[in-house]
Design a protein around this ligand. Sequence first.
Ligand code: ASP
Length: 340
Amino acid sequence: MKKILMIGTGGTIACKQTEQGLTPGITAEDVLAYIPAVKEVCQVEALQVLDLDSSNMTPSHWKIIVQAIEAHYKDYDGFVICHGTDTLAYTAAALSYMIQNSQKPIVITGSQKPINREVTDAKTNLLDSFIYASDDESQNVSIVFDGKVICGTRAKKDRAKSYNAFSSINFPYLAVIQDGMIIRYIPENEITQEVKFYYDMSDKVCLLKLFPGMKADVLSYLFDNYDVLVIESFGVGGIPATLMDTFYEEMEKWRNTDKLAVMTTQVAREGSNMTIYEVGRQVKQDFHMIEAYDMTLEATLTKLMWIKGMGASNKMLRKMFYQEINRDILFTRKAFVEVN
Ligand code: ASP
């Protein structure tokens, strides 16, 4: 029987009703006690590392999770992390960069309703996660939620209340789990290298969401205070005319430094391509601008935090950003041609 470590971090799955609202408080051990059937799937031990509403999750908490997995990596066949749904997609993307080449599965799950409610998705999500984490073919960082297995770099929370809270963006589900059976769409047993752990995520990466009528003054502040500015633009990506002058001034100022801007889009599906419209093409050419293509926003931000966390120069960043990690980008080859 496989030996799995369940890591508790809080979230709705472990929430209790209080006068102040739902708040994490059910211990990892107690969460496990709600699914006695797990004994037929695997041998589980529980470890509580955090007790947070995931709205409060930060990169320093990701580090605590990574440290827990590294400390116990040799002792278990797989890991199931219980996490709040609100920032689960960010954590899954962050862990995809912070723990690379894991031949052992690291599954992240949670629920929309606490496990102590009569009607809840928590028990199914948790049991499915143990089923997936105990399977010989499972590897790397993924999310198990509402019967779907989503690659760690491809998830987005796109429903606030329904059980099917997460979608897989620009990539198929890795598998579905129906009545306890895993139906795989994408083979998983590809990793042959040694697992690698990283801890440092830069806090100098910032996100700017554009909106019609936005003023340019915010750009100078952001360029002054951050190393990487991710611009969440419209459609396939571009800079509106009202921001263009300030954008050019700022980009010129930082041209020979290790600061840069990265383009992504507010549109969840199908990704960016700055070469299509005039509002994007010239800027991309003039500043040799990196764009996220088919990557999720969650993966784009956390990948940049990880790359910058290693102290990478811009030259290095341009190369590393387009190197595929845990299936985060499909445009690799095309983008690689462009940056070289
Ligand atoms: N606010 C909760 C959290 O993210 C929501 C949830 O877990 O569903 O921790």
